[in-house]
Design a protein around this ligand. Sequence first.
Ligand SMILES: CC(C)(COP(=O)(O)OP(=O)(O)OC[C@H]1O[C@@H](n2cnc3c(N)ncnc32)[C@H](O)[C@@H]1OP(=O)(O)O)[C@@H](O)C(=O)NCCC(=O)NCCS
Length: 504
Amino acid sequence: MQNQEQDQPKGKNTFTVIDNRTGKSYEIPITQETVKSIDFRQMKESPSDFGTMIYDPGYYNTAVCKSQITYIDGDRGILEYRGYPIEHLAENSSFLEVAYLLIYGDLPNMEQLNLWNTKIMNHTFIHENLIQLMKSFRYDAHPMGMLISSVSAMSTFYPEANPALAGVDIYKNKQLMNKQIFRILGKLPTIAACAYRHRIGRPYNNPINSLSYTENFLYMLDRLSESNYKPHPTLTRALDKLFIIHADHELNCSTATMRQISSTLVDPYTAVAGSAGALYGPLHGGATEAVLRMLEQIGSVENIPAFLEEVKQKKKKLMGFGHRVYKSYDPRAKILKSVTQEIFNLLGKNPLMVIATELERLALSDSYFINRQLYPNVDFYSGIIYKSMGFPTDMFPVLFSIPRAAGWLAHWVENISDPELRIFRPRQIYLGRRGMTYVPLENRNTEPIPSTLSSYASGLSSRRDVSEVLYSFDESCAIPKTASGSKSQISQSIEQSFGEKLSL
Ligand SMILES: CC(C)(COP(=O)(O)OP(=O)(O)OC[C@H]1O[C@@H](n2cnc3c(N)ncnc32)[C@H](O)[C@@H]1OP(=O)(O)O)[C@@H](O)C(=O)NCCC(=O)NCCS
């Protein structure tokens, strides 16, 4: 690009854009280092054109809102909630205090904090019908699936909180808004604990509202028949710190999902369930789980160089490394390293830590990772801490979702109170066919079914496929009643007519 600095008038907060197709010049205002994409729509070759769009898959460089909640400087490794450095909050604050800060914008005074704590802890019990629903899951259901479904089901318990039933404007009422915040923050640990107890086949525990937030959570997870069970204070504090550093991270994928879903004004339970769904993915909250599995697969320090070689050949990914925003050390990973030590002092060192430390050392001295600015992110160490604390791997995304709900709710409040909010509806670049003429079924070509439709057969289907068919199938199987012989013969003939092996 040619630098025409000398020729341009200085001091104006605009870009001058020249459309070389038409020779027209446009002046685009710049506000807060940002231009509005809609200002590009006016640039068109002919009046009937749609106009210019901004293409940004994965939202690499697109701001979708103005926010005052969380600040990240990815190059310098800075993270602040409402202006407060994460290191200070992790050191001095409690999770619920941080949740208040995120949602309401300021640190609470003593009276506000007491009221806030009481309100949240008075909303920890869940409806008996919700407990029944949770009990109906399979004995080995992934706790994250149970959490997502249960939070979604919560919307059915509070019709007055559902804009679809009670009206689109209901959240102009701040009391109603607060009530849902108390419920979601209060009940999430209970749902998470029930999901965990379900998985390990133990009866669910009722919450104890006089305990602190994380103390009560650990109590519900671990109490057996004791009347005075109390989790160890080091574990409670460690969990509090973990919850604080996971509470918000501006527009990460699940929070962007919260913004997207709540832009429709749907109820907050459905929006939180959707956000938790986004968090579950292995590139986001599921990365903690994936890091642990990766470290277990590497198995020992000697295998690390070979593993890194595969990563560099793009056959594998170094989970827990890299971040869309941080191009230096993730400040949360630093805090986690100190928490790790506290947990190891109490419960003993996790052998995976040796592999993780060496993996980090080798990766950080390798040009592949240096050139791409890939550093450990929060998930690299949190999995080892959770594992050392005795949590099963599939609880990791659940342990992430509880604190992140505070961030989601802060963004929910900010989003639906934003006068500039519009329903999220991106554009696409359509590259498909147009104007096709409908061809009746009998006139279509007889080319074989493409391999894109193939699947695999379950053990059950394979067993059934080789078995005799004693009775002809009914119409629902779409096979003529006259068909007879072994099921595999029939499927073979169907497959032949499709021309390709189809495993259904
Ligand atoms: C977090 C993550 C999704 C960010 O992705 P992104 O911003 O789209 O970054 P990109 O995929 O464009 O990565 C840039 C380059 O680094 C490489 N890279 C990024 N993360 C990598 C990783 N964990 N291991 C190996 N290579 C990685 C990419 O292959 C790409 O290389 P290329 O330039 O040769 O194509 C990505 O770093 C990742 O998948 N990390 C592992 C999962 C994880 O830990 N997630 C938790 C995040 S808190």
